[in-house]
Design a protein around this ligand. Structure first.
Ligand SMILES: O=P(O)(O)O[C@H]1O[C@H](CO)[C@@H](O)[C@H]1O
Ligand SMILES: Nc1nc2[nH]cnc2c(=O)[nH]1
Length: 295
């Protein structure tokens, strides 16, 4: 039977603007920092003062979350003097969304005036020196969907957002990375905070043993099903990016192992580290220099 590929949800500049205008009409807050909360990490939004909560179902053009551990609302508020917006729940391609839908909020944030994107995720550890519960500061990524042509920048380029061929060798801001490492050490949690390479795969399957081994050989320290697409779009429109992976499980790479990755374990581990992660994000935002363009 012949099948037709679903139409891509590629959006116009005016669609993004309509969403940004609508959000501006709902709150007087004008965030400079956006935080995307990964699986089970929505608790980060509790850090914000003067919260204004807007469910995704009310926001024009916004997709809806379908995954346990992703609440589905934007939370505006202030953290350590920085105006922020938190995405409590992100979108993944395995939910059936295309790369344009998954990254839709990032361009909206940019139009709202956001200058810095903090991405967080739950990820499987590939680096054998990592343990469950460790935090990996993302220093680089392998964008597997993008490498095979499923990149949110495919299609006509809109120069109002950014250039046709953006550079990704500087995707993760080195100054913010150093600040995050220093803050972790200052808070006495440096022993379980590492730097590493995040690999995005499509999911929703967890890795086979051969896949886990292959990803490790490619140079990935952790693997998940999100983040890289959001970062590509953020860098295209000039946002600074800081990324964290919480290592919620170790990827099975041994045929003698009886361990099996599962989402319940992922969510349990996020609970165990919520407080450390919140403390770290608070500490970083307290010291994060305001973008000179905002002065
Ligand atoms: O990347 P986040 O959204 O944190 O979620 C991670 O956790 C889920 C698997 O347990 C997958 O969606 C994976 O990508
Ligand atoms: N692909 C993938 N995503 C995850 N998210 C949390 N843990 C994992 C994992 O082991 N593999």
């Amino acid at each position: 039977m012949a099948t037709t590929a679903p139409a891509a949800h590629r959006c116009s500049y005016e669609d993004y603007e309509a969403t940004a205008d609508w959000l501006r009409s709902q709150t007087e807050q004008r965030p400079k920092v956006a935080i995307i909360c990964g699986s089970g990490l929505g608790g980060l939004a509790a850090l914000l003062d003067n919260r204004v909560v807007i469910p995704y179902k009310d926001i024009p053009n916004f997709p809806q979350t379908t995954v346990e551990g992703h609440q589905g609302q934007l939370v505006f508020g202030t953290l350590e003097g920085q105006q922020c917006v938190c995405m409590q729940g992100r979108f993944h391609t395995y939910e059936g969304y295309d790369v344009y839908q998954v990254t839709y909020p990032v361009r909206v944030f940019s139009l709202l005036g956001v200058r810095t994107l903090v991405v967080t995720n739950a990820a499987g550890g590939l680096n054998s020196s990592f343990s469950v519960g460790d935090i990996m500061l993302i220093k680089d990524h392998i964008n597997m969907p993008g490498l095979v042509g499923n990149n949110p920048l495919c299609g006509p380029n809109d120069d109002r957002f950014g250039v046709r061929f953006p550079c990704m060798s500087d995707a993760y801001d080195r100054d913010l990375l150093a600040l995050a490492q220093q803050t972790a050490e200052g808070q006495g949690i440096g022993a379980f905070v590492h730097q590493g390479v995040y690999c995005m795969v499509g999911g929703p399957t967890f890795e086979s043993i051969a896949e886990g081994r292959a990803l490790r050989t490619m140079g990935a320290d952790a693997v998940g099903m999100s983040t890289a697409l959001e970062v590509v779009v953020a860098r295209h429109c000039g946002l600074r990016v800081l990324g964290f992976s919480l290592i919620t499980n170790m990827v099975v790479t041994d045929y003698d192992s009886t361990l099996k990755a599962n989402h319940a374990e992922v969510l349990d581990t996020t609970l165990m580290r919520t407080q450390d992660l919140q403390g770290l994000v608070r500490g970083i935002l307290a010291q994060m220099p305001v973008d000179p363009e905002d002065l």
